[in-house]
Design a protein around this ligand. Sequence first.
Ligand code: SF4
Length: 296
Amino acid sequence: MIINIDENSGFCWGVVRTVEIAEKTLSENHDGNVYILGEIIHNPKEVERLERMGLKTINHEHLADLKGENVKVLIRAHGEPPSTYQKAKELGIELIDATCPLVTALQNRVKRFYDEGYQIVILGKPHHPEIIGLRGVCNDECVVIQSEEEALEKVDFTRKTIFLSQTTMSKEKFHLIRQLLESKVKEIHSFENYKEQLVVKDTLCRAVIGREDNLRKFAQENDVVIFVAGRNSSNGKNLFGICCQANPNSYFIEEIAELKPEWFRGVQKVGITGATSTPRWYMEEVKKAIEQFASN
Ligand code: SF4
């Protein structure tokens, strides 16, 4: 049996940067006072590894409990709303900002168009941390949608609108909704004026989009595909959907214990891949576990 790890999988550069900031902060602070707001990434294995190094994961409700301590609190790649920065300032807590620069740029763009009076329409998951940050920069005055139906139901087509996306959503969905918005706006306003009424900014992350085509090819080249990711990973869900379309013998696992020997019986080529939050070292461990099945 040949087992290949997808060379295009593993952490995106934004996650690499966040993890490096966390490791550096931990190496400079050995007093057990380094915290992170929410899981650093949507991958339990990497969370466990960093927690073993001393990182403590807390939620927003616990921020106030840290008052008065000599603490450092990391902001993860997904970013935070302005209210978090304000609260930390009031509490005298030092924040280490590891927000992905692409997310910061997206937040700035939303803020700018909001200040100019645009209706903000975002393709995204309403309770995803990145969306919570974006909602925060426009006082929650935005329309978050996940489908064409929701777009028709929630968007006010009489208003000047900007349409953008959470960085990790599907390219197909973004373009389908874009076409729908454009046709509705053309219907309501004259064709000549529609570009003034509707601004579209493709804010999908290229680190994710670039993987889609490679992943299709990788999934087709292997008999069975093992997709390794945290179950909360948004781009993990999207990328696994692409795997399943390209190869129905695709299986999603979060843990090595979920592997089943019958998936590999009579199989020649197994591919291992994952989300932008899946650590390479864990895919190597998955490979070793599959090798064990093959040798038994
Ligand atoms: S997927 Fe893109 S936006 Fe998200 S952390 Fe990675 S590089 Fe940044």
